[in-house]
Design a protein. Structure first.
Length: 626
């Protein structure tokens, strides 16, 4: 089902939260543990300084709403008080050594949250800012606000002169809406930035954090106070624009960005942002396009602005004009990886897979001197081959994707295709034998293995696998969702409902949880009032999601409101023309007597996914009834 079983590797398979993909920054277990011990061993010396050349334990990359807090630390040395402020003279007891080793081993095994808790406890006990920093790093890596906030507060308390500690707690306070606490620190930081001529990067960091705040409107009010002395600074106006956009005030965002462009007419970032915001105002895409064309007449070599123009043209349906802009950019920079990748994406959208493949092969054939990441192109080539039914070729492309952001999506698709070609146990072994540095990634491999079992028709085994994983991690959102869907396929609706309600309780902003539960009821004709209420809540949280629009159309159809259902289903179909949405839209059109339209939608859906079970069953049932 579309609502309950998004296929791995497709856009639908990605949950509303960002999946965490980490590099192996921690290194080997022994190396991590020894690094932590050396850190404290340095604090036990007479000088109480870290060993020469030791920059302390490394932070794991952290995505999403905490990214700015992590970014403030990523390349900085270990936190310490200013010269003359003593670091506690610790006694490196066997018990302390054991706890440090245990925490680092836990982190290496993916139990990062447990390691963060241990480090926070040790920081409170030892009062050592370096231990508090490590607790903060681990909590940020695990995206745990519950542990990151107290750890960062303690770190800042123990190292009040550390700019890294200050920026980290500032970011966390802004993210969680604690503006009264953050404002004095931010005011001081901006004063330093003015003195050091670093206002652009400082305003940029503050704005990106405030845009992810739990209360962007209050964040905007605070930023207005902070930015009052800098009204003539383009960076300040752009920061106000970004936070205004996050607060839902698009007109204010456009006005601030245009003001920044007037202050600095050559400012490419201001031109791009102004056009982006103007496109969302009554002036629309045409106004934004006109603005960028005028800018490019003044600055014809502004590649990013040309990219922005091409994307606006593409979004407005002018694909040929968009491609023309990308080609102009490619002539200016013939070895540009982003341009080649963008041209491939545009060709793919225009249903020109061979043209897209040509651009991607050109991308991979760029000289070694051109810095690039081949993984997106390899993943894209795998998807093109898979769409064409060339599964063996697709597997080869996916197998070439290295460690990084694209690694797990490629590995998952590779395993599912192996199962599809009859190599189920080999696919399971591939997933089980792949080492990953975090518990979150291990969960992803488990859900991928469940997908492999489903591909082989072994639904009960998939259910049991997810149930066992859920016993170990009973509040893991991904496992709750996937186990609920496995239960739904076995008609264990009690388990489906229990899991999804627990997920809603844990993550009340998870639109897909509301949608999945509402769709499960609607698809079976059960509790339709409640189903519509649940889907309505999902639509409030994610109003442009094609699957949720489809769900609303489907529940309205079940309730006999066919005309209203068709409106929602057509919106969903235009946004995402996938087979199950086509099946639903076709059935509603058929019921309304619009038989020719129904057949046309079904034919288009079948061309994209001829083996889709829901589509085949819908068409067979309705044609048989007629």
């Amino acid at each position: 089902m579309t609502k309950t079983d998004p296929r791995p590797g497709t856009a639908a398979a990605h949950r509303p939260h960002h999946r965490l993909v980490r590099t192996s920054r921690l290194g080997a277990v022994a190396g991590c543990a020894l690094g932590a011990l050396m850190l404290l061993a340095g604090g036990c010396t007479a000088t109480a300084q870290p060993p020469a050349g030791d920059d302390g334990p490394r932070v794991l990359p952290a995505p999403g709403m905490l990214a700015d807090a992590r970014a403030a630390q990523s390349s900085a040395p270990v936190a310490h008080t200013r010269a003359g402020d003593p670091i506690p003279a610790l006694s490196l007891t066997p018990q302390l050594m054991y706890q440090l080793l245990a925490a680092e081993i836990a982190a290496q095994r993916g139990q990062v949250d447990d390691a963060a808790v241990t480090y926070l406890s040790l920081a409170r006990e030892t009062r050592d800012p370096r231990v508090a920093r490590r607790a903060t790093e681990l909590a940020l890596a695990e995206r745990s606000l519950e542990h990151a906030l107290p750890a960062a507060q303690l770190w800042h308390e123990l190292a009040p002169e550390s700019p890294i500690a200050s920026q980290t707690i500032e970011s966390l306070w802004m993210t969680t809406g604690r503006f009264a606490q953050a404002e004095p620190l931010l005011r001081a930081r901006l004063a330093r930035a003015r003195a050091e001529h670093k206002l652009p990067e400082t305003y940029d960091r503050i704005a990106r954090t405030l845009a992810r705040s739990s209360d962007a409107s209050a964040g905007l009010a605070m930023l207005e106070r902070l930015a009052a002395p800098d009204a003539s600074e383009p960076a300040a106006r752009l920061a106000l624009a970004g936070v205004a956009q996050a607060a839902g005030d698009v007109s204010r965002a456009a006005a601030e960005a245009e003001a920044a462009l007037q202050l600095d007419p050559a400012n490419e970032q201001a031109a791009i942002l102004a056009a982006r915001y103007v496109a969302q105002t009554p002036r629309g895409v045409d106004g934004a396009v006109a603005m960028l064309r005028a800018y490019l007449e003044r600055e014809p070599k502004a590649i990013e602005a040309r990219f922005a123009l091409a994307r606006l043209l593409n979004a407005g349906g002018s694909q040929d004009a968009a491609r023309e802009q990308f080609e102009i950019a490619l002539k200016q920079e013939p070895d540009s990886p982003p341009i080649l990748l963008s041209l491939a994406q545009l060709a793919y959208q225009m249903k020109q897979p061979q043209v897209a493949e040509d651009y991607l092969r050109r991308y991979l054939g760029l000289p070694d001197s051109v810095q690039r990441d081949d993984s997106p192109a390899l993943l894209f080539l795998g998807q093109i081959a898979e769409d064409a039914g060339r599964n063996d070729e697709a597997i080869k492309w996916y197998s070439r994707v290295g460690r990084g952001e694209q690694f797990l999506p490629a590995l998952t698709r590779r395993a599912v295709l192996m199962a599809k070609t009859g190599h189920v146990e080999e696919a399971r072994a591939l997933l089980r034998n792949t080492s990953v540095p975090s518990g979150r990634e291990r969960v992803q491999l488990t859900t991928a293995e469940a997908a492999v079992l489903r591909e082989a028709g072994r639904e009960q085994e998939a259910y049991d696998l997810l149930a066992a994983a859920l016993q170990r991690l009973p509040e893991n959102p991904d496992l709750l969702y996937d186990h609920a869907m496995a239960a739904e396929r076995l008609d264990r609706l009690d388990v489906t409902e229990a899991n999804l309600r627990k997920l809603i309780e844990l993550r009340p902003d998870n639109a897909h949880a509301y949608n999945a539960l509402g769709y499960t009821f609607a698809d079976r004709g059960l509790r339709l009032d409640e189903a519509q209420e649940l889907i309505g809540k999902a639509l409030e949280l994610s109003p442009d999601d094609a699957q949720i629009l489809d769900s609303m159309g489907w529940v309205l159809f079940r309730r006999g409101q066919t005309d209203a259902a068709i409106d929602y289903l057509q919106k969903a179909w235009h946004r995402m023309p996938e087979a199950e949405i086509g099946a639903h839209l076709g059935e509603a059109l058929w019921q309304a007597g619009r038989v020719d339209e129904a057949r046309r939608v079904w034919n288009e859906a079948a061309a994209n996914d001829p083996e889709n079970r829901v589509l085949k069953e819908t068409v067979a049932r309705l044609r048989a009834d007629r």
